[in-house]
Ligand binder design. Structure first.
Ligand SMILES: Cc1cc2nc3c(=O)[nH]c(=O)nc-3n(C[C@H](O)[C@H](O)[C@H](O)COP(=O)(O)OP(=O)(O)OC[C@H]3O[C@@H](n4cnc5c(N)ncnc54)[C@H](O)[C@@H]3O)c2cc1C
Length: 443
């Protein structure tokens, strides 16, 4: 029986609270969250802004009442402002000024991440928007009702920037994405795949301006222009989507941190202090592709790490199996899905990496409703171990990536894939399917 305090009740926090309450009885679970809502699915933000869903109601899967019914004590809009790790005390202050002082046996930090806000001249002009919280999305949607907002610049061509660009274009805005890299989605895909996304954006009149950095924002009251080292772009609204940094200030230097400031955790999610755990975007993950600790901020990692911490805190030892950074994006029906390392990243990490590529129809040619699928498998030339995979199609081929995720985790070689038993049914695939063909083509 422990007194467990959870700080932060979004994806990581909710997963850990549910796991504790669903699997172990007799614990006292106290939760503090600075926000007014729980479990907002940021991934639905672009769909909501782009009017692909009718409203935000379905973007939440939990709330204070649901967690309280299970037995937790929840304090919303109550930020924790100090932790005394030596005396195991947490200090928080409610919206109405009420002070809370609670002791703990076990502490779980689930404080998440914060959008990176670059220090750029003009950054305080109106209509320069962040995209993280439900409230941010509400704010953007409210402002879009103003017809004078015609030109929108999205800074950052990662998956969030690209998804939002689509959303704004669907609202009939003129959209420009600006990025320092030489293409979009450069972290997750090689050129052969990002080119497909570039073409997709272009065909929907989204302008992608690469190899340039924002120098300043100009305007009188609200933003009017974005100035980069290469040009000037008209902007009635700017979206900052250049990434997230771990929200770890609360520990005030008491815990060991990763190079980007995330709480450094072991495979059981424990921090450098016993009985203090960290989960989700505020913590590191174990990255199987580089066999080392890394930072990959994703809701999926948040949920898994929350489950792991819950079991460990309640006395069942459970270690992470590590992650591969599996991800996907779907823009006007073009689906890109990847896991593990791209060729570029593999080379940058010192692997003698090689790729095998294949492109084919998903189903036999006699099936009239058919789509092309493009696959790349990245592997280590020396050990033959699979390091990554990328897929592109208008068809939903997303489930295939999970096999590659497991293959990377289990260090499967490319040769093992060559004669893998993959079923054939014309409704779904070809007898010479794209996975087998790509593997067979590996030198
Ligand atoms: C637009 C967008 C789209 C995304 N799409 C995807 C996607 O498609 N797939 C995917 O896997 N991931 C996606 N993500 C990432 C995903 O949302 C994050 O990885 C996830 O939210 C991390 O969950 P978390 O609980 O660790 O942290 P957070 O969501 O950051 O939550 C942290 C919580 O801690 C609370 N908190 C912080 N400090 C304190 C304090 N001092 N006291 C009390 N409470 C505190 C906050 O109020 C918050 O509720 C997306 C993110 C965004 C913004």
């Amino acid at each position: 029986m422990s007194k467990i305090i959870v700080i932060g009740a979004n994806h990581a926090g909710t997963a850990t609270i549910n796991t504790i309450l669903d699997n172990y009885s007799g614990n006292e679970v106290i939760v503090f969250d600075a926000n007014s809502n729980i479990s907002f699915l940021g991934c639905g933000m672009a769909l909501w802004i782009g009017r692909q869903i009718s409203g935000p109601e379905g973007l939440f899967y939990s709330n204070k009442e649901l967690l309280e019914e299970k037995g937790a004590r929840i304090y919303m809009e109550t930020p924790v402002y100090d932790i005394d790790f030596s005396n195991k005390m947490v200090y928080a202050k409610g919206k109405d000024g009420t002070e809370y002082k609670e002791s703990y046996d076990k502490l779980i930090l689930a404080t998440g991440s914060l959008p990176i806000v670059p220090k750029i001249e003009g950054g305080d002009l109106k209509n320069i928007q962040l995209v993280k919280l439900y409230q941010n999305a509400q704010d953007v949607i409210e402002k879009l009702k103003d017809d004078t907002i015609k030109d929108i610049v999205v800074v950052g061509a990662g998956y969030i920037g690209v998804e939002l660009a689509e959303a704004f274009a669907r609202c009939n805005k003129n959209v420009t994405i600006i990025d320092m890299a030489d293409t979009c989605l450069a972290n997750y895909y090689d050129k052969e795949f990002t080119q497909l996304m570039e073409e997709q954006l272009k065909s929907h009149k989204v302008s992608l301006e690469c190899n340039q950095s924002v120098q300043r924002f100009e305007g009188t009251d609200r933003v009017e222009r974005v100035i980069t080292n290469k040009g000037e772009y008209k902007a009635d609204m700017v979206i900052l989507a250049i990434g997230f940094s771990p929200n770890s200030k609360i520990a005030n230097g008491s815990l060991e941190l990763f190079r980007n400031g995330a709480f450094l955790v072991d495979k059981c999610q424990q921090t450098s202090i016993p009985d203090v755990y960290a989960i989700g975007d505020c913590a590191t993950v174990y990255d199987n592709t580089i066999d080392a600790v890394n930072y990959i901020a994703l809701a999926t990692n948040a949920v898994r790490s929350g489950i792991i911490a819950a079991h460990n805190v309640c006395g069942t030892k459970l270690e992470t199996v590590g992650v591969q950074g599996s991800n996907a994006i779907s823009i006007w029906g073009l689906n890109l899905i990847s896991t593990g390392l791209t060729l570029q990243k593999a080379l940058a990490n010192g692997y003698e990496a090689e790729v095998t590529d294949h492109e084919a129809l998903q189903k036999p040619a006699f099936i009239e409703k058919n789509n092309s699928v493009k696959i790349r498998i990245v592997y280590d030339k020396k050990t033959r171990v699979i390091l990554g995979a990328q897929l592109a199609s208008d068809y939903d081929v997303s489930m295939a990536i999970h096999m590659f995720s497991l293959a990377i985790e289990e260090k499967v070689t490319i040769d093992k894939l060559k004669l893998l038993d993959i079923f054939f049914l014309p409704h779904f695939n070809q007898p010479y399917n794209y996975i087998t063909m790509a593997a067979l083509k590996a030198k």
